[in-house]
Design a protein around this ligand. Structure first.
Ligand SMILES: NC(=O)c1ccc[n+]([C@@H]2O[C@H](COP(=O)([O-])OP(=O)(O)OC[C@H]3O[C@@H](n4cnc5c(N)ncnc54)[C@H](OP(=O)(O)O)[C@@H]3O)[C@@H](O)[C@H]2O)c1
Length: 319
C-alpha cells in the first residue's frame, strides 16, 4: 500500500510502498478514506515530540483520519469490522498513521481518541475535525469567557482558529478575529463580530478602539511572543491569555493580573464526543481550505501548497 513515512526523525516525509499493517492485540485496522494535516505531523516527524510517546520506524505519519474498520485485534470490544471511525490516531508506540491507505490504531489510542462517525457525516468532514476541533473546544473551556463576553482569536483562519471562532460565537461570545484582508469577509461569516486586518492597524490600537473596557480573553494560535506581549494589556483583570503555540513569554506566565498560560490538548475522548455533537447539530463545521491527494501530502506538510481562500484544514482524499 502507499503511505507517507519517515525512516528516522528529521527526515523529509515521502510517499513509499509498504506492507499493509496488521492489527495486534487491542488494535484496529482501518481502511483510510480521508485524512487531514496538522502542524503536529511535522512536529512528530522532526522528533520534537519524541519524549511524548514511543515511536516505531518506518513511521507512517498522520494523526487525523476517517475510514472503515477492516480487522480487529484480540481484546477489542469498542469497535467491529465495518464500523466507520474517525479521530486522532495517536497510538503509543506510534508506527502506522493516517497518511496511508490502511492505518492501524489502538482501539483506545494511548495519546489520541477514536470514535464512530455519525452516519450523516462524510469521511472528509470527519477527517477534518479531530485535532483542531478538539483543541478549539479545550481552549474555550480553559478560558471561561462568559456569554456576552469578548474573545480575541489570533490566527482565526487556521485549523484551530476557524473552529474556535465558530464555537465561541455559538456560545454567545463576541469574537474579534485577526486575519489577512483577502479572507476577512469569510472570517466574519464564521461568526466573528469584528475582524482586525493584519497590517492595516496595530492590533493593540484596534483592541482599544473595539473593546475600550478590555477583553475577557485572547486565544493565540500563531505563537508570536512579541504579538501576544503587545496585546496582553488589552485583557481585563482576571481574564485569560491562552496560547496553543507556546506564544506566552515567561514574564507574562508569572503575571498575576491575568490568567496567562500555554495549553496542551487534554481530555481527548470527551472533547471528540462534544465536537461530534456540535458538528451533527450544525453548530460548527470544518473549513476545508484544500483537498489534495495522498501523493500531495509531503508538499502540503512542508508549506508548498497554499489554499487560495481561508487556510482552514487541508484534507487528503485517500480512496
Ligand atoms: N497545544 C496544543 O495542544 C495544540 C493543538 C493543536 C495545534 N497546536 C499548535 O497551534 C498552532 C496552530 O495550529 P493550527 O492547526 O491552527 O495551524 P494552521 O492551520 O497552520 O493555522 C495557523 C494560523 O496562524 C496564522 N499565522 C501564521 N503565521 C502568522 C503570522 N506570522 N502572523 C499572523 N498570523 C499568522 C495563520 O494565518 P494565515 O492563514 O493567514 O497564514 C493561521 O490562521 C500550531 O503551532 C500547532 O502546532 C497546538
Amino acid at each position: 500500500m502507499r503511505a507517507i513515512l519517515i525512516e528516522r526523525f528529521g527526515e523529509t516525509p515521502a510517499l513509499r510502498e509498504v506492507p499493509v499493517p496488521e492489527p495486534g492485540g487491542g488494535e484496529v485496522q482501518v481502511a483510510v478514506e480521508a485524512a487531514s494535516t496538522n502542524p503536529l505531523d511535522l512536529a512528530i516527524a522532526s522528533g520534537a515530540l519524541a519524549a511524548l510517546g514511543e515511536y516505531r520506524f518506518p513511521l507512517t505519519l498522520g494523526m487525523d483520519g476517517a475510514g472503515t474498520v477492516t480487522a480487529i485485534g484480540d481484546g477489542v470490544t469498542e469497535f467491529d469490522v465495518g464500523d466507520r471511525v474517525f479521530g486522532q490516531f495517536w497510538s503509543s508506540p506510534l508506527r502506522s498513521g493516517t497518511f496511508a491507505e490502511v492505518a492501524v490504531v489502538q482501539a483506545v489510542p494511548a495519546l489520541g481518541a477514536l470514535a464512530r462517525i455519525p452516519d450523516e457525516l462524510p469521511s472528509d468532514v470527519a477527517a477534518a475535525l479531530p485535532t483542531a476541533g478538539m483543541t478549539a473546544l479545550g481552549t474555550l473551556d480553559v478560558m471561561r469567557v462568559p456569554e456576552g463576553g469578548t474573545l480575541v482569536v489570533l490566527g482565526a483562519t487556521g485549523g484551530v482558529g476557524t473552529f474556535a471562532v465558530q464555537a465561541a460565537a455559538a456560545r454567545g461570545i463576541r469574537v474579534i478575529a485577526t486575519a489577512s484582508a483577502q479572507v476577512a469577509e469569510e472570517v466574519r461569516k464564521l461568526g466573528a463580530a469584528e475582524v482586525v486586518v493584519r497590517g492595516a492597524e496595530p492590533l493593540d490600537r484596534a483592541l482599544r478602539r473595539l473593546a475600550p473596557e478590555g477583553v475577557d480573553a485572547i486565544l493565540d494560535t500563531v505563537g508570536d511572543r512579541s504579538l501576544t506581549s503587545g496585546v496582553a494589556g488589552a485583557v481585563r483583570d482576571g481574564g485569560a491569555l491562552l496560547s496553543i503555540a507556546l506564544g506566552v513569554e515567561e514574564k507574562l506566565l508569572a503575571d498575576e493580573r491575568i490568567r496567562a498560560a500555554d495549553y496542551r490538548l487534554d481530555r481527548k475522548p470527551e472533547r471528540l464526543a462534544e465536537l461530534t455533537r456540535l458538528v451533527t447539530a450544525g453548530t460548527i463545521r470544518p473549513v476545508i481550505g484544500a483537498r489534495l491527494s495522498l501523493e500531495e501530502a509531503p508538499r502540503a506538510l512542508t508549506g508548498g501548497i497554499r489554499p487560495t481562500g481561508m487556510r482552514g484544514k487541508t484534507v487528503l482524499r485517500v480512496r
